[in-house]
Design a binder for this molecule. Structure first.
Ligand code: 5GP
Length: 210
């Protein structure tokens, strides 16, 4: 049972290109949440720093961490390994700090299944349209059209995991989406769950994958 002093866990997942990383940073700033820093075996992108964006590591070290049981969750995403170590997360939560995670659906499912004592709220983010998604991915991977194609294909599968989340939010406008997520978190804090229109989301997902 979570004590009233414990922090809570907020998970944001989305298919690649829905704008999740930007939102996680904005939510963390606005609500003074701690962002969980993952380990990954992928190479750093320009402007990414180890210890800030990720702990960049190699496959051997990553597997050592798995074998030592250090991960709260870990998964293979787009041919690279990603994982969240338990210790820093637990320390923050026990200290009453709220922790926000930018992780994929596999990691979200693993954390849910662990049934930790801390309160957990999960969000799944959707792009407003396939066209917007394609534009975002093309800007991010300008040098590599194959990656864009792969991620568009992956999108059709990833998006189906929306059903396992507490809330699904469409990121059609960054500020509005930020406000919506903060409003939903606050309503959970006040134990007043806001219902979202599941049929609307179903229809939106069908449009996205058709
Ligand atoms: P990127 O390489 O674009 O930073 O991230 C690729 C995907 O991996 C994103 O969906 C991101 O949310 C996810 N991801 C990042 N860190 C973790 C992690 O620690 N665990 C899991 N399961 N997924 C992660």
């Amino acid at each position: 049972m979570s004590s009233s002093k414990d922090g809570k866990m907020i998970i944001l997942s989305s298919p690649s290109g829905a704008g999740k990383t930007t939102l996680v940073k904005l939510i963390a700033e606005k609500k003074d949440y701690q962002i969980s820093i993952s380990h990954t075996t992928r190479s750093p992108r320009q402007n990414e720093k180890s210890g800030k964006d990720y702990y960049f590591t190699n496959e051997k070290n990553f597997k050592d961490l798995i074998n030592k049981g250090e991960f709260l969750e870990h998964a293979k995403v787009f041919n690279n390994f990603y994982g969240t170590t338990l210790k820093p997360v637990k320390e923050k939560l026990d200290d009453g700090q709220n922790v926000i995670f930018d992780i994929d659906w596999q990691g979200a499912q693993q954390i849910k299944n662990k049934r930790l004592k801390y309160n957990l709220i999960t969000f799944f983010l959707l792009p407003p349209s396939r066209e917007v998604l394609f534009t975002r991915l093309s800007k991010r991977h300008m040098e590599d059209k194959i990656i864009v194609e792969e991620r568009m294909k992956e999108f059709n599968k990833d998006v189906l995991h929306w059903t396992n989340y507490d809330y699904v939010v469409i990121n059609d406008h960054l500020e509005k989406c930020l406000e919506k997520i903060c409003e939903l978190i606050e309503s959970e804090d006040n134990e007043k769950k806001i219902k979202y229109d599941i049929q609307f989301i179903k229809d939106h997902v069908n449009k996205l994958i058709s």
